[in-house]
Structure formats: C-alpha cells, structure tokens
Design a protein around this ligand. Structure first.
Ligand code: ZN
Length: 57
C-alpha cells in the first residue's frame, strides 16, 4: 500500500497524459476519464495506458 501510494504521489506531481489527442495533467486526465470517485489504485490503473512515454518508470 505504501509503495503504491508513494508511486501515485510521484505520478500526480509529474504525470502527463495523452487522451483523445490532448496532453493533460493528472487532474484533467482524471476528469476526462470520469474517475474522480475511484481510489488511487484504480486511478493509477486506469491512467496507466495514457501516460506519456517520457514519464514511464
Ligand atoms: Zn490540467
């Protein structure tokens, strides 16, 4: 749990996503995908495919 939440915090700070041809920050990506009410783990899972390559790992 702590490992995932740490990873998620880092992701929230640095994450950029490409969704429907638009580059979005974490907040906008969450809203675009309608996952505001999901927990952090579920958000991470849902956002993963959209993460821009430069931000992976
Ligand atoms: Zn944004």
């Amino acid at each position: 749990m702590s490992r995932l939440s740490k990873w998620w915090q880092l992701w929230q700070r640095t994450g950029m996503y490409l969704i429907n041809g638009k580059v979005l920050c974490n907040d906008c990506a969450v809203k675009m995908l309608g996952i505001q009410n999901e927990n952090a783990a579920e958000k991470a899972r849902t956002l993963q495919p959209f993460l821009l390559p430069g931000n992976r790992g």
